[in-house]
Write a protein that binds this ligand. Structure first.
Ligand code: GLN
Length: 500
């Protein structure tokens, strides 16, 4: 059984296809891992054991009968609980949707299932994906498998912890400002945030619609390529999804991008960055240099991080992101009023306004309320130009910086987060310190670009360190090949916490 948990999703797929392993055995192995670790980690909001067993039996029967089982035939995966599934509940980690049964399945999840994957369960997240630690979930607190006193990152913390602890062969997360990449870094797994429009958002519960994107979280880069290939592509039901062919990400994966030029955004290597992360990235730069890549200095002036004399950090990108994301969130979350969607108050009410306000006051947690209030303010007449409109201008400047940088390099190499996983409770008292955990990831969403987080080693304290590769729009294939090059040249891949 343990042998199964040592396989990547790709290897498991091959083992099932060749008959070396059955899908039923794989499902049992992962269910046993969930039984062993779920209490300590709280990675899942729901586990669909019976459904998974039935599906696995069907895959095994199909295979035995010589029928095709799909490119993910029989592989057990997990999906973040802000993606709709026509079975089980779609909670978004919120009391508001604790009993929500979605009428349909998100396109990305449906694509996995059509490729033969088995959805083993749904994973925990910060409420409505708003957060960087998975502490704001109303349902459970997810812990980091490398140290259960630490957060797994967020908001896709359940997916990251689940993959790191081998409770599923891979998972989907969503990334609005770093929610795939930062938890991937904190838990020592790979996370890909695709180009905006590459993956359909249909059925992804909206947070910041101009920023949200679904992507894979996996044990290595090959698995990220496998899952990205399955979930990407045009969806006529999502008008922001792009109608462009999806390359075969696996086919060229072992061919390093020819003449690779790596750009180091100098603004990201400041005092704000932990020394041990800086050192790990310096080593990664060396790995690329030795592999023949050219390393150049580039500048992203509007993503600069300022450090005040008292150590306080500030960044245009963080300010800009939190105005855009909260404005969009305030609009997207208006539908949860106890009538159209969501928790309805049990209190006696005088009128519809009271019904709305009691329902929303009871259904939403503090962080979500904070964002709805701030977002409503930045969109209100009289303040719209000063905040929202200005943020859109800054967003354009940030995107322009990236476009210029990609004149001199093919990919950018930078940190994912300024620190390794922080302690549970460390940043909950001061929301601003939590928002600053996103300084290296949010510009990518503002510019709509793809970003790949991969493990770059383990700190002296035994916590995983991540690094980030960023490329121009639709350069996922280059990012994945550059990531694979690093894995092979450094040997840093498939990190395992001690608990598994
Ligand atoms: N931490 C960021 C936020 O709270 C990003 C979250 C995300 O990407 N969903 O908005």
């Amino acid at each position: 059984m343990n042998d199964i948990l040592n396989l990547s999703a790709l290897e498991l797929r091959d083992a099932i296809a060749s008959g070396a392993v059955t899908s039923s055995a794989a499902v049992e192995a992962y269910l046993a891992a969930i039984a062993a670790h779920e209490q300590a980690l709280g990675a899942f909001t729901q586990v669909f054991a019976d459904r998974a067993r039935e599906q696995a039996a069907r895959v095994d029967a199909d295979r035995a009968a010589g029928r095709p089982v799909g490119v993910l035939g029989g592989v057990p995966l997990a999906v973040k609980d802000n993606m709709c599934t026509a079975y089980g509940r779609t909670t978004c980690g919120s009391k508001m949707l604790a009993n929500f049964h979605a009428p349909y399945t998100a396109t990305a999840v449906g694509r996995l299932e059509r490729a033969g994957a088995i959805v083993l369960g749904k994973t925990n997240l910060d409420e409505f994906a708003m957060g960087s630690s998975t502490e704001s979930s109303a349902l459970a607190a997810t812990r980091n498998p490398w140290d259960t006193h630490r957060v797994p990152g967020g908001s896709s913390g359940g997916s990251a912890a689940g993959v790191a602890a081998r409770m599923c062969a891979g998972a989907l997360g969503s990334d609005t400002g770093g929610s795939i990449r930062q938890p991937a870094a904190f838990c020592g797994v790979v996370g890909l945030k695709p180009t905006y429009g590459r993956v359909s958002r249909l059925g992804l519960v909206a947070y910041g619609s101009s920023l949200d994107q679904i992507g894979p979280m996996t044990v290595d880069v090959s698995d990220a390529a496998l899952l990205a290939g399955v979930i990407s592509g045009h969806d006529p039901k999502d008008s922001t999804s792009i109608n462009a062919p999806v390359p075969d990400y696996l086919a060229g994966l072992d061919t390093p991008p020819p003449g690779l030029r790596i750009g180091l955004p100098r603004e990201f290597y400041s005092q704000a960055l932990d020394g041990e992360i800086h050192a790990a990235i310096d080593q990664a730069v060396e790995v690329y240099r030795r592999a023949g890549a050219k390393v150049v200095d580039v500048s992203l002036p509007h993503s600069r991080i300022d450090v005040a004399a008292d150590g306080a950090l500030s960044s245009y990108a963080v300010a800009c992101y939190y105005i855009v994301a909260m404005s969009e969130a305030s609009s997207n979350l208006a539908r949860y009023d106890g009538v159209h969607y969501g928790h309805r108050t049990g209190r006696r009410v005088e009128d519809i306004i009271e019904l709305y306000s009691f329902s929303r006051a009871e259904g939403f947690g503090d962080e979500v309320k904070r964002r709805i209030m701030l977002g409503t303010y930045t969109l209100s007449s009289g303040y719209y130009d000063a905040y929202y409109n200005k943020a859109l201008k800054v967003r354009r400047l940030i995107a322009g910086d990236f476009a210029r940088a990609f004149g001199d390099c093919d990919v950018l190499l930078c940190p994912v987060a300024p620190t390794t996983a922080f302690r549970v409770g460390e940043k909950t008292a001061d929301p601003l310190t939590m928002y600053l955990a996103d300084i290296y990831t949010i510009s990518v969403n503002l510019a709509g670009l793809p970003g790949l987080a991969i493990p770059a080693g383990v700190s002296p304290a035994g916590l995983p360190i991540g690094m980030q590769l960023i490329g121009p729009a639709f350069s996922e294939d280059v990012l994945l090949r550059a990531g694979r090059l690093y894995e092979k040249a450094s040997g840093v891949t498939r990190l395992r916490p001690k608990m598994v």
